[in-house]
Design a protein around this ligand. Structure first.
Ligand code: SF4
Length: 354
């Protein structure tokens, strides 16, 4: 299929994207790709609005997994101090602060491979407490069984973040302690339990364009497009296997923008989130990402264990670009939509790259 003939098929969300179609989009002239992505974006969103999320974490470091990018893996020496799960009261205090600051959703992350069954009641207590404050709830805790997903949903969990990290055919280069299918299984449990999904991946890890296309294809061919699609640019942290390979620097910034644009076209109704790695992006690069259809960012504080541009810089950039935080729309059931302002608790794993 030629790149040009893709246009007529971009109107409705599809779940049958083929790798060569995705690659054809990547190969479009840059300005044409941005035009197409911008057109798709305008069909479903106000391009002047950007969803703003804040990320905190309830349990940092000490993770037994070996994700080559992650400073929270206990096997790497990155200076991240392992912390125990926060107390429910400490979490709720953070949630109250977030609510007072205008947040409507609170994301809780924990650096676990997967929660133990004995952890679930405590996390459920946090979720129920946050929910009782009138906030929407979001969590990232690693892999979940069907029973755990059901228990978290019953406690009031609205969203679950679980990234697929990278393309299926690059997965073994990055992670050895689990398989790609494990991620799909958890996403399936989350959907089956009735929760919304937040799912994306990381680029700049030395993958090829074909593999970047494979990551996006895998996301866009899930049974349901994720409600949020975080696209992370690798943050190279000393002590991790990817910390000194400079693969992130080798990723052409225009290729990163292309990745955002293709994500927007493939998943037209999802929130495409600029996530980890934004701190090192120039204002101009971020502006190109917004033009390419990114409409969600993490804001302020720190993005788990990596830095994030401070809020003043963000608000200054919004003002210069004429962007505004997406307003929260609350339906009759009290659930907010599109324009959610997230606020998360402390530092967690996947959340770090959510
Ligand atoms: S990304 Fe998540 S699962 Fe992987 S090492 Fe970090 S905390 Fe553990």
């Amino acid at each position: 299929m030629s790149a040009v003939s893709l246009t007529s098929r971009e109107h409705q969300p599809r779940h049958d994207w083929r790798r060569e179609e995705v690659l054809a989009l990547f190969a479009l002239p840059f300005t044409e790709l941005l035009y197409r992505a911008g057109t798709v974006h305008r069909r479903h969103f106000d391009p002047a609005q950007v969803q703003v999320s804040t990320l905190l974490s309830v349990k940092t470091g000490g993770c037994p997994e070996d994700c080559a990018y992650c400073p929270q893996a206990q096997r790497y020496h990155t200076g991240v101090e392992a912390q125990k799960l926060m107390s429910t009261e400490a979490v709720l205090e953070k949630a109250r602060q977030a609510k007072a600051a205008g947040a409507s959703r609170f994301c809780m992350g924990a650096a676990w491979r997967s929660p133990k069954d004995r952890d679930i009641p405590k996390v459920a207590e946090m979720i129920a407490g946050v929910k009782a404050l009138g906030l929407e709830t979001c969590a990232t805790l690693g892999m979940l069984s069907g029973e755990q997903a059901t228990a978290l949903k019953a406690a009031g969990l609205d969203y679950y973040n679980h990234n697929i990290d990278t393309a299926p055919d690059f997965y073994g280069e990055i992670i050895h302690t689990r398989e790609f299918q494990d991620r799909l299984d958890t996403l399936s449990h989350v959907r089956d339990a009735g929760m919304k999904t937040c799912c994306g991946g990381i680029v700049g890890m030395g993958e090829s364009r074909e593999q970047r296309a494979g990551l996006l294809q895998a996301l866009a061919t899930l049974p349901a497009h994720p409600d949020s699609v975080p696209i992370n640019r690798l943050v190279e942290v000393a002590g991790t296997p990817l910390g000194d390979r400079h693969t992130s620097a080798e990723l052409d910034p225009f290729e990163f923008v292309r990745t955002i644009a293709v994500a927007r076209i493939l998943m037209p109704k999802s929130m495409v989130r600029l996530s980890a790695g934004r701190e090192s992006m120039s204002d101009e690069l971020q502006a190109l990402c917004f033009a390419a259809g990114a409409n969600s960012i993490f804001y302020g504080e720190k993005l788990l264990t990596t830095g994030n541009p401070d809020t003043e810089r963000d608000m200054g950039l919004f003002a210069r670009l004429g962007l505004v935080p997406m307003p929260v729309e609350v339906d009759a059931d009290g659930h907010d939509h599109a324009g959610t302002v997230h606020a998360s608790i402390s530092a967690a794993p996947e959340a770090a790259l959510a």
